[in-house]
Design a protein around this ligand. Structure first.
Ligand SMILES: CCC/C=C/C(=O)SCCNC(=O)CCNC(=O)[C@H](O)C(C)(C)COP(=O)([O-])OP(=O)([O-])OC[C@H]1O[C@@H](n2cnc3c(N)ncnc32)[C@H](O)[C@@H]1OP(=O)([O-])[O-]
Length: 719
């Protein structure tokens, strides 16, 4: 777990060897302790260099160990022996020094970084704090403001920034280890005391209280209800106001409050879920590690609406040449200008030049004959999409992959009109596509493993979190969204207001409640879909009882809001009112209150007081319930995939872990009991009926979420 060598006859080289990121697992901590002891007691050794194998210094503590009891030597005493020793120790940082890895470097007397290395204390993103002295040592080295920013955000910084801040002593374009060996020899004989960070005094700004107060306000606003950043601020305060040893004690007390918290468990679950989600499988046995993706050098995007434009930008900025297609000259010109503007702004922000030379704009599908892959992003209309796919089938060379950005239509029906159904898949981006990280890769029953591998790998190349899902209406994300939105409108009927529902969801952790979010997204799209599917408008059968469709409860309030021309922020009115169209400041609207009162009295509904607890339970348990059904149907491979979709596509609060993890934290038994209760009260809402899988898991003793997969013995797996 660490290699010990004597090099240049007098330097001990300690190499951490724990692939893939040289995490500080128990055997690694052991090995560091033993190696340091050996180096310090060997008279031949005059200096020490610590580096990591395979060009990666250290990714920090082994997060997997957090779930169990501490085994092996605790980290801090191991690191203290490094600093206390009488021989200079140099950290040779290649790749990354993160979390405990960065703290290890801070205990060394000198730090040399390779120019491409990244450094940071990302513990806050895992619901904890840098408790191996990070909160006490970094402020001593670089001052309170810079340390506070790094510790409370978890931001990774470049080697150059680390040099500027005074964290590293030298940045090299060469091998950091070689440079560190030379550096170590020169350090021999120089006094070590000034190099021991624990002995430094934290430079304390005169306005410390105001600074910490501002930081507190900022994190409360940015991440309401999240504990770790607040604990980080308290620990940094200790670095400014207490001697080192007392500060270390305070750091450890604060860590104890976080370590076993539900938030830390949720955030650490998210870390692993995100990595698990990329590991797709197909019923054929093909999977992520046995299928080769094709390299995509050129692509085409059909349709330059909001989605199409975002997809063009996502492709072009990773160096893929893109042909963008529109049906009319005016739309094409408009799309061209918007795409160029977006790419230029994006390039400016990233400090690179815009890749405009990769773009071509055309009105003719004939121009697509040689591209490697096409993403169709036309209007959400099956007949139109089928025409496009038929045409593509004729025009594109036989090997071109044909993908659709549909947000819920049948991908296999589109595959069926082409001459290459095995090369068809869904690539469902989320709006705005160049910003949102989620990509649902929809595997049709005929999609080949190469097609899925290519779509998944292209997603990764574009910086997306790609999740493979099955081909069912709405796929995973939008299929679950419907019952969630339904519950919100049913609660309105029963007596709640949009403000009350939004507040309950925002207090839970969502950045925006369901109605504010709908106003932002625009209410007209859903209205059009409902009209097209005969749920509202002239096609509704007049014999239908009011507030019912196909025997199920139906809430027409969203239709009534749209009938008044209230389409959300863009019209200055929706569930809320705004000062002007496009404004974002939502204000309660008495007209909506009137509409709700009139509606309730028309249908004889006696409004009742609805608690925040009921709002959360009905909205979120029904969401998880649909997630269980999706798992039962084999449309998602595992609960982690569903959670990742909700974290990255629907802004589910990360410190709650995602809808499935949240259900497991509440307790499956309780979720089942509440769903049964609500279903009894609302028997005409089938989504409230507990799913078979939920019942089965409860009957099996409610295993942790990571074990659900073993219980999902589906015969219908589509993944
Ligand atoms: C105790 C005192 C306080 C100290 C606290 C800490 O240090 S807290 C820690 C603070 N540190 C952090 O928060 C850093 C967390 N890590 C990262 O941010 C990134 O992994 C990376 C930037 C290091 C490499 O990115 P990349 O895209 O090249 O690679 P990738 O992301 O795909 O990961 C590859 C594999 O390694 C696995 N794995 C990774 N790290 C750890 C770990 N620490 N542990 C265990 N496992 C870890 C990862 O799950 C995956 O496993 P799989 O799926 O193959 O079985």
């Amino acid at each position: 777990m660490a290699r010990y060598e004597l090099v240049k006859r007098s330097v001990a080289l300690i190499t951490l060897t724990n692939p893939p990121v040289n995490a500080l697992s128990s055997p690694v901590r052991h090995a560091i302790a033993n190696s340091m002891e050996r180096a310090l007691s060997d008279p031949k050794v005059r200096a020490v260099v610590i580096c990591g194998e395979n060009g990666r210094f250290c990714g920090g503590a082994d997060i997997r160990e957090f779930a169990g009891p501490l085994r092996g030597p605790p980290l801090i005493p191991v690191l203290e022996a490094i600093e206390a020793g009488d021989k200079p120790v140099v950290a040779a940082i290649e790749g990354m020094a993160l979390g405990g890895g960065f703290e290890l470097a801070l205990f060394c007397h000198y730090r040399i970084a390779q120019s491409k290395a990244r450094l940071g204390l990302p513990e806050v993103t895992l619901g904890i704090l840098p408790a191996a002295g990070g909160t006490q040592r970094l402020p001593r080295l670089i001052g309170i403001p810079a340390a506070l920013e790094m510790i409370t955000t978890g931001r990774h910084i470049s080697a150059q920034e680390a040099l500027k801040l005074g964290i590293v002593d030298q940045v090299t374009d060469q091998n950091a280890c070689e440079t560190a060996l030379e550096f170590a020899l020169k350090a021999v004989g120089k006094p070590l005391s000034p190099r021991r960070v624990s002995t430094l005094t934290t430079p304390c700004p005169p306005d410390l209280d105001a600074l910490l107060e501002a930081a507190t306000m900022q994190v409360k606003k940015k991440t309401p209800g999240v504990m770790a950043p607040l604990a980080c601020i308290q620990a940094v305060r200790a670095a400014a106001t207490m001697p080192y040893s007392k500060g270390m004690k305070r750091e450890s007390e604060l860590m104890a409050t976080l370590f076993n918290s539900g938030q830390a468990r949720a955030l650490q679950y998210c870390f692993f879920a995100q990595r698990t989600a990329g590991k797709w499988t197909l019923p054929s046995g093909a999977q992520w590690n046995n299928s080769k993706p094709r390299e995509i050098r050129s692509a085409a995007v059909i349709g330059l609406g909001t989605m199409g434009r975002g997809i063009v930008v996502s492709l072009a900025r990773v160096g893929i040449s893109v042909i963008a297609v529109e049906s009319e000259k005016k739309l094409l010109e408009n799309g061209r200008q918007m795409v160029i503007g977006m790419l230029e702004r994006d390039a400016k922000r990233r400090g690179v030049s815009a890749s405009l030379n990769l773009l071509k704009f055309t009105l003719s599908l004939q121009d697509l004959k040689d591209v490697d892959l096409v993403i169709e992003a036309v209007f959400e209309d099956m007949a139109l999409k089928k025409r496009v796919f038929q045409e593509l089938s004729k025009v594109c060379r036989p090997g071109t992959l044909l993908c659709t950005n549909t947000s819920g239509l049948d991908v296999d029906a589109l595959a069926g009109v082409t001459d290459r159904p095995h090369l068809v898949a869904g690539m469902h981006f989320f709006s705005p596509a160049h910003v949102m990280k989620l990509l649902e890769v929809v595997c049709g029953p005929r999609s080949s493993s190469e097609t899925i591998a290519t779509a998944m790998s292209l997603g990764k190349k574009m910086g997306k979190v790609s999740v493979a899902v099955g081909n069912c209406p709405g796929f995973v994300g939008n299929r679950m969204l419907k019952p969630y939105l339904d519950q919100a409108t049913f609660l309105l009927e029963e007596g709640a207001t949009p403000e009350q529902i939004d507040k309950a969801l925002e207090d839970f952790g969502f950045a925006m409640g369901v109605f504010r979010m709908s106003d932002l997204a625009g209410l007209d799209v859903g209205w059009r879909v409902r009209k097209e599917s005969g749920l509202t408008g002239p096609d509704v059968d007049p014999k239908n009882p009011p507030r019912k469709r196909q025997g199920r409860r139906y809430c027409p309030i969203p239709d009534m809001v749209c009938e008044q021309g209230r389409f959300g922020q863009k019209t200055g009115r929706g569930w809320y009112k705004y000062d002007k169209p496009g404004d974002t400041n939502a204000k309660p609207d008495p007209l909506i209150q009137n509409l709700l009162e009139t509606y309730r009295s028309r249908y004889g509904i006696q409004p009742r007081n609805i608690s925040d607890q009921e709002i959360i339970e009905r909205c979120l348990f029904v969401l998880a319930n649909e997630g269980f059904r999706i798992l039962e149907d084999g449309m998602a491979a595992r609960p982690e995939d569903i959670d990742v979709i909700y974290l990255f596509g629907y802004a589910f609060p990360r410190h709650r872990g995602g809808p499935m993890f949240y259900a497991s934290m509440v307790g499956l038994e309780r979720v089942l009991e509440r769903l049964e209760h609500y279903h009894q009260a609302h028997p005409d809402v089938p989504h409230l009926e507990p799913s078979a899988l939920l019942k089965k898991l409860v009957a099996c003793g409610s295993p942790p979420v990571q074990q659900w997969r073993e219980h999902i013995k589906t015969m219908r797996s589509h993944l």
